[in-house]
Design a protein around this ligand. Structure first.
Ligand code: DAH
Length: 333
């Protein structure tokens, strides 16, 4: 018995791969295998029971030697693969992305207004003509619509040209007092160049309550620009026109590049225009059934790309949409 077992072990050790293992198994347990033949010759044995027990023991031994050698070969293969590799080296770090500069600026604007108690509302990109224009006091044939040429989905739906429709949608949903900002993507039929894009972003803001005055508008926006660009920069309000505000004002901040002295960025004026604003027109309040005799409000809207360009000194708006990693990787939120 011991002699046979030694031979079996030697044969198993001689197998160096799967094919060798298969040969080994066939040699003992195949149709003409040594152990198989021993089973066949059992009928001639003197002590059948004892002989049967021994042959069975051999069969099980062959099987366990097969498994032993198979495991051993697998481990040798693995060890071979790891040879020459320093397994104590640290793993590669997973590459971590950065936020897009537009996202970073949006988040910053949101957090400034949230710290003043504003909440956030959103509206659909595919908007109804009613919310984008009519309810905002743009009469059907008014030339103010020309500056808001856009992509029309059907007779009544279009890609919104500004975030102002969210004012109307919010005032329809909730009664005053309201203190809301509304960020979002907007669309215009514009040719792409360094300062224009068919898709860009705005943040709208508005406040409605009893006794809201122009001084509230000035205070909130002055604080906003100081938080965003620095407390040393002054703001100024210039008369302007928007159908949905009266009076309307364009807001300038002292140039972020030269701090108001005059340079190429501000075309030597010392000032940069950063947003539109005004007191909400009584017709807009009437459209949402808020009594303009009792309530008043202010509103403003700013372009996020423009603010990001000023903040980071970017001179071409197209960079925001080209997704060139060399550009994007420079912004770490
Ligand atoms: N919606 C205007 C635009 O896209 C920007 C704007 C101006 C929004 C004055 C306002 C506002 O809320 O009061 O050109």
């Amino acid at each position: 018995m011991e002699e046979i077992k030694k031979n079996i072990t030697a044969d198993a050790d001689a197998a160096s791969d799967q094919a060798g293992l298969a040969q080994f198994k066939a040699k003992y347990l195949g149709k003409k295998g040594a152990v198989t033949e021993m089973f066949a010759s059992l009928k001639d044995a003197a002590d059948k029971k004892e002989a049967g027990r021994r042959v069975n023991e051999l069969k099980m031994f062959v099987e366990s030697e097969y498994t032993r050698r198979e495991t051993q070969l697998l481990e040798e293969k693995k060890a071979g693969e790891l040879k020459g590799i320093d397994v104590t080296l640290p793993a590669y770090r997973a590459a971590k992305g950065t936020s897009h500069p537009i996202t970073i600026v949006m988040e910053e604007i949101k957090s400034i207004f949230m710290s003043m108690g504003f909440s956030i509302e959103e509206g659909p990109d595919v908007e109804e003509d009613y919310y984008n224009f009519t309810a905002l006091n743009f009469p059907a044939e008014h030339p103010a619509r020309d500056m808001h040429d856009t992509f029309h989905i059907d007779e009544t739906h279009l890609l919104r040209t500004h975030t102002s429709p969210i004012q109307v949608r919010t005032m329809e949903k909730y009664p005053p007092p309201l203190k809301v900002i509304a960020p979002g993507r907007v669309y215009r039929r514009d040719a792409m160049d360094a300062t224009h894009s068919t898709v860009f972003h705005q943040v709208e803001g508005f406040m409605v309550d009893e006794n809201i005055r122009f001084s509230d508008l000035k205070g909130v926006l002055d604080l906003f620009t100081k938080e965003l660009f620095g407390a040393d920069l002054k703001t100024r309000f210039r008369p302007s026109f928007f159908p949905f505000t009266e009076p309307s004002a364009e807001v300038d901040v002292q140039c972020v590049a030269c701090r108001g002295k005059g340079c190429g960025v501000c075309k030597n004026t010392g000032w940069l225009e950063i947003l539109g604003s005004g007191m909400i027109h009584p017709n807009v309040l009437r459209a949402v059934k808020i009594d303009p005799e009792k309530y008043s409000g202010f509103a403003f809207g700013c372009g996020v790309e423009r603010i990001a360009m000023l903040k980071y000194g970017i001179d071409d708006m197209r960079l925001f949409f080209e997704n060139d990693l060399r550009f994007l990787k420079q912004f770490n939120s």
